[in-house]
Write a protein that binds this ligand. Structure first.
Ligand code: ADP
Ligand code: ASP
Ligand code: MG
Length: 410
């Protein structure tokens, strides 16, 4: 008998029939003799609807109250899924729902982007001990002061993996609307191919570079606690993709996947005085405002000045602009330029470590399509290029073909 955590995303609980499908799958795992914890997201579209409400009241809603509102989507979903399991099994003793604070998923107080600090597994163990399927609300937790917090968009993945780690589960299964992790977003590129396995490190890069199939923190947890993590479809019985430790042979493939992140904005701080501490001032100010800064590039010093370019998500653009204006004055920065409509396209693969010519192939492929590269950033297993958003899909498709990832047609 194993302990399995199953997580169902928004589309998988999108209506009552789909919730019945979730109930059927959870009960099948239970009937096979397993202990089952089900984590659910809000019904699809619900979190966006709730955010629209809070933004309708205020352009900058208080984050504590916003979390009170947006966490309700998951409350509705856990109640309905627990009811669906009870209805199908004919027993009210077969399932019980839990909100984040009822489990006691303790987080820090960074509203809208909280991090899990600890999980008390006692209530869930008691529930499983009674033979129930425990249905846990994803995305939400509670801080040490008793405030409701949420874990950032896509955060139910992280709830599931963190629970699997805390319960030392035998497997964590993420059920979604695609069959697994693909070489690139299958909704963007018809040639995308499903991967049977992917290394934690590669998945971490893909998730952080825009592949929203898993929230990045869920992959961090899985890697840290070695949770066997599966991505599967809730609509069929395909075995899906296993996210696991790097295995021999994985390096034979140079590029495993391609990620795309739209809706970025690029800042360039021109003529920044080349003194110690200036980059620290800029990025500390942005971090304190909870603005996540992405690709950062600094040019070599020219006449005692440098240029510093960085990207932020478009939703943070206005706040970042407001922060940078007074800072520019104070620090003697020449000018702040902002560019909208930037996309980030990245190739990822552990095989890059020992293959030459990968970067030049990426740049040549983009050049052949007439795509101008704005900024380049690399690490051991990824290369990222910032490009104009209008070329985003073209870039993904041509790189997918160039690196031999397209599905073989038989
Ligand atoms: P859920 O609501 O189940 O959490 P998400 O919408 O958050 O689902 O994530 C699933 C989506 O991730 C897919 O529909 C797909 O469009 C997108 N996606 C992006 N990159 C990839 C990839 N490399 N492999 C699979 N899906 C991807
Ligand atoms: N409902 C939340 C969101 O839409 C969390 C999740 O789906 O994982 O972001
Ligand atoms: Mg998701």
């Amino acid at each position: 008998m194993a302990l399995i955590v199953q997580k169902y995303g928004g589309t998988s609980v999108g209506d009552l029939d789909r919730m019945r499908n979730v109930a059927r799958r959870a009960l099948a795992a239970r009937a096979a003799g397993h202990d089952v914890v089900v984590v659910v997201s809000a019904m699809s579209g619900e979190t966006n609807r709730l955010l629209k409400l809070t933004n309708g009241i205020s352009a900058r809603p208080d984050q504590r109250e916003q979390d009170v509102v947006v966490s309700t989507g998951e409350q509705v979903a856990v109640g309905l899924v627990a009811l669906a399991i009870q209805a199908q099994s004919g027993s009210s003793a077969s399932a019980r729902s839990f909100l984040g604070h009822q489990v006691r998923i303790l987080t820090d107080s960074a509203h809208a982007n909280a991090r899990i600090k600890s999980i008390d597994d006692s209530k869930l163990r008691e529930s499983l001990g009674r033979g129930e399927i425990a249905v846990v609300a994803g995305f939400q937790g509670i801080d040490e002061h008793g405030n409701i917090t949420t874990l950032g968009r896509g955060g139910s993945d992280t709830t599931a993996v963190a629970l699997a780690a805390a319960l030392k589960a035998d497997a964590c299964e993420i059920y979604t609307d695609v069959d697994g992790v693909y070489t690139t977003d299958p909704n963007l590129c018809k040639g995308a191919r499903k991967l049977d396995r992917i290394a934690y490190e590669e998945m971490l890069e893909l998730a952080s570079l825009g592949a929203k199939v898993l929230q990045i923190r869920s992959v961090e947890f899985a890697m840290k606690y070695q949770v066997p993590l599966w991505v599967k479809s809730s609509f069929n019985d395909d075995p899906g993709t296993l996210v696991c430790k790097e295995e021999p042979g994985m390096e034979d493939v140079v590029v495993s996947g391609i990620a795309l992140q739209r809706d970025e904005a690029r800042f360039v701080a021109r003529d920044v005085p080349d003194r110690p501490g200036l980059a620290a001032r800029i990025f500390t100010a942005l971090a304190q405002a909870n603005i996540v800064v992405d690709v950062i590039v600094q040019t070599p010093s020219h006449g005692g000045h440098t240029d510093v370019a960085f990207t932020v998500a478009k939703i943070d653009l206005d706040r970042a602009r407001e922060m940078m204006a007074p800072l520019a004055k104070e620090l003697g920065i020449g000018a702040i330029e902002v560019e909208n409509d930037i996309a980030k396209v990245s190739i990822v693969g552990v095989g890059m470590r020992n293959h030459a010519g990968v970067a030049s192939k990426m740049f040549q492929t983009l050049a052949d399509e007439g795509v101008n590269i704005r900024v380049i950033s690399t690490s051991e297993i990824k290369i990222t290029c910032l490009i104009d958003e209008k070329y985003a899909e073209l870039a993904v498709r041509s790189l997918h073909a160039a690196f031999g990832l397209d599905q073989k047609r038989g």
